[in-house]
Design a binder for this molecule. Structure first.
Ligand SMILES: Cc1cc2ncn([C@H]3O[C@H](COP(=O)(O)O)[C@@H](O)[C@H]3O)c2cc1C
Ligand SMILES: O=C(O)c1cccnc1
Length: 352
């Protein structure tokens, strides 16, 4: 059976974008969620043996799953983690506590099952897709030139789109790329403004001096490219990296395939920001798993209007916070499907 035929009826196959213009057009006319499925979830919540609303955001999470899977009841039987890896020219400016070779070494570690994201994905019952993106050719140092050409950018974006399994119940995007917190900070500064220092953090654990230097670097880079950046996709091409572009592609593909997305930390959310600044409500199908220790993350989430599910002092990336959020979503759905109603349990449903 061809990939096209294996899609559920009514679903279009995932496109490959050949121009930024066609991608911009797609981002302006996205499918909306299924309000009736969300209402069906809310109706059952009201009948379950608990005071109305007492499972708080777990209840809303089930309605969100139903809305964006486009069905009631929703399922969590096929979660997918996608970890994208890319290398960054900006790493030569000494902005990370680790050398760029660690990106490739960690890809091997992901493939052998030895990373944190492997353990958390196993706990969730998720399949884990690892996509190294042209690691031998880092994107250009954005201090001196745009990180990617349009065709390099679209290749990475399309790779992200095609990594998403059409039958996934939820998508957890993650990344690995030494130097990529600097790239994410630059994206935030270019698209949201404000003092550069407020978008910078220690990433993999840099010193005070390097932290200061990160802020200078992103100010200088954003100043240099300002005239060329009109929207989020321009910023992503010029200041991003292949793995960040691929996460953006995966988030868009999920929307087209009726798959809800649990966002991860600062870098994943910066990829989402690029879409947010280039489309019409392109993150409506996204929740965010956690608030990262990277200080720009909370500021960024406030701009996106997203409230993290967890606050665990994580500062890892890889999709770890996304998968932890998805574990909560799975627990929420178990309550929703497994609990008895007041009528079934013979429990009085409250004061008349
Ligand atoms: C062993 C190791 C595993 C990681 N897993 C995720 N990251 C995280 O750290 C990197 C970003 O930090 P910076 O911008 O300071 O380089 C990314 O690769 C990110 O996913 C890791 C970093 C290291 C060193
Ligand atoms: O929040 C993140 O995604 C993050 C933070 C530090 C290092 N790597 C990733």
């Amino acid at each position: 059976m061809s990939a096209e035929m294996s899609l559920a009826s009514g679903q279009q196959p995932i496109p490959s974008f050949e121009t930024l213009a066609s991608l911009r057009k797609a981002l302006s006319q996205l499918p909306q969620g299924d309000t009736r499925a969300a209402e069906a979830a809310a109706a059952r919540e009201g009948m379950l043996t608990k005071p109305p609303g007492s499972l708080g955001r777990l209840e809303q999470t089930v309605a969100w799953l139903a809305r964006w899977q486009g069905r009631y009841p929703p399922a969590m039987d096929r979660p997918q983690t996608c970890v994208f890896a890319g290398n960054h020219g900006i790493a030569e400016a000494g902005v990370s506590a680790y050398p760029p070779v660690v990106t490739e070494q960690m890809v091997l570690n992901f493939e052998r099952g030895g990373a944190a994201i492997n353990q958390l994905s196993a706990e969730l019952g998720a399949s884990m897709t690892v996509i190294p993106l042209d690691l031998a050719r880092p994107v250009k140092n954005f201090l001196h030139a745009p990180a990617m050409t349009e065709s390099e950018f679209l290749k990475a974006f399309n790779a992200g789109m095609h990594a998403v399994r059409p039958d996934a119940s939820i998508l957890c995007p993650g990344e690995m790329g030494i130097g990529n917190t600097t790239s994410a900070s630059a994206l935030c500064l270019a698209l949201l403004g404000g003092p550069a220092v407020e978008w910078c953090g220690r990433g993999s654990g840099v010193s005070d001096d390097v932290l200061k230097r990160k802020a200078e670097i992103i100010s200088e880079a954003v100043e240099r490219h300002r005239e060329s950046i009109d929207d989020g996709l321009d910023a992503l091409r010029i200041l991003g990296g292949r793995e960040i572009a691929a996460m953006a592609g995966a988030i868009l593909a999920a929307r087209l395939l009726s798959i809800p997305v649990m966002l991860d930390g600062f870098i994943c959310s910066a990829a989402a920001l690029a879409l947010y600044c280039s489309g019409v409500d392109p993150l409506a199908h996204c929740m965010v798993g956690h608030a990262s220790m990277e200080p720009g993350h909370r500021r960024l989430l406030a701009h996106l209007g997203l409230r993290p599910l967890l606050d665990l002092d994580l500062r890892l990336g890889e999709g770890t916070g996304a998968v932890l959020g998805a574990i909560l979503a799975k627990a929420a759905l178990r309550c929703h499907l497994g609990m008895a109603t007041f009528a079934e349990a013979g429990v009085d449903s409250g004061a008349a």
